[in-house]
Design a protein around this ligand. Structure first.
Ligand code: IPD
Ligand code: CA
Ligand code: CA
Ligand code: CA
Length: 271
């Protein structure tokens, strides 16, 4: 892995995320409707999710035709270069459908299962977050120039502001609500932003002390995981494991372990 390749992947991810973000921000139809549903009637896809994924995969495959893809809306190919792009073209579809501002484009480039570069663009915030492995986490947009990100100095857990999310499948979300109900009295408070990628970047920015969710897919967390870790946060799954569909936990050092321990005690990874 060379610095030149790092830079190429990062710059391509930044360009693709910025262009998809502009398409989503400026091209949102006033009468935007649900195009189809997936795992349940509330797991919705709009024409804009599909258009954004096409823009991203067209742009990247034009520049790097040998790379593979894993995209939420169906992009899936092996590639021959060893680089795979993990893409959530619109993270926070339900917010976007309703006109709420918390949504993002998330793009990660990985090699042998390790994320090398990650970009999350949050157009309605005017912010783009990025990281390359070993190079720190950065944001551009609302800040002056490029700003290094650092997670928040950890408070005791009872003063921690922690975000979570709920899966689209009824039985899973019912269980998640039970776990959240047990956690609320033990924390400062809980947030539910509607975008896992933004939650992870908010841990990186020091706007949240922690975040957890069961049922995420790689495209939800690949870029945000690297950005949070490069900002000094810890990210994992169940104790000793990497983030996965079972569980994703992120937090400032000091919040991460006790939060992960409680989630283990509460059986947050399954019902
Ligand atoms: C969803 C969002 C949400 C999280 C869900 C995800 P989507 O992604 O990240 O915050 O709670 O688990 O599926 O469907 O809007 O890309
Ligand atoms: Ca998502
Ligand atoms: Ca999505
Ligand atoms: Ca979705």
């Amino acid at each position: 892995m060379t610095d030149a390749l790092h830079r190429e992947l990062l710059e391509l991810a930044q360009e693709a995320a910025r262009r998809a973000g502009e398409l989503l921000r400026d091209g949102r139809p006033a009468d935007l409707a649900v195009a189809k549903t997936k795992s349940s009637p509330i797991d919705v896809v709009t024409e804009m999710d599909i258009a954004a994924e096409k823009l991203i995969t067209d742009l990247i495959s034009d520049r790097r035709p040998d790379d593979g893809f894993l995209g939420e809306e169906g992009a899936s190919s092996e590639g021959t270069s060893g680089i795979r792009w993990v893409i959530d073209p619109l993270d926070g579809t339900v917010n976007y459908l309703y006109g709420l501002p918390t949504w993002a484009v998330s793009i990660a480039a990985e090699q042998d299962g390790e994320t090398l570069a990650g970009v999350v663009a949050a157009p309605m915030r005017g912010e783009i977050y990025h990281a390359v492995r070993g190079g720190g986490a950065w944001a551009t947009g609302a800040w002056e120039g490029e700003q290094a990100l650092a997670c928040r100095p950890a408070p005791p857990l009872e003063q921690a502001l922690v975000s979570t999310g709920f899966n689209y499948v009824t039985e899973v979300r019912a269980h998640q609500a039970e776990v959240a109900g047990r956690l609320v009295p033990l924390l400062r408070d809980i947030r539910r932003s509607g975008s896992a990628a933004v939650d992870l970047c908010d841990v990186a920015c020091g706007r949240l002390d922690g975040y957890y969710e069961r049922g995420l897919n790689a495209w939800d967390f690949a870029a945000g995981d690297l950005i949070a870790r490069e900002a000094g946060a810890l990210v994992g799954g169940r104790p000793g494991e990497r983030p996965s569909r079972e569980l994703t936990v992120a937090g400032s050092p000091g919040v991460f372990e006790p939060l992960q321990g409680l989630l283990e005690d509460f059986g947050a990874w399954h019902d």
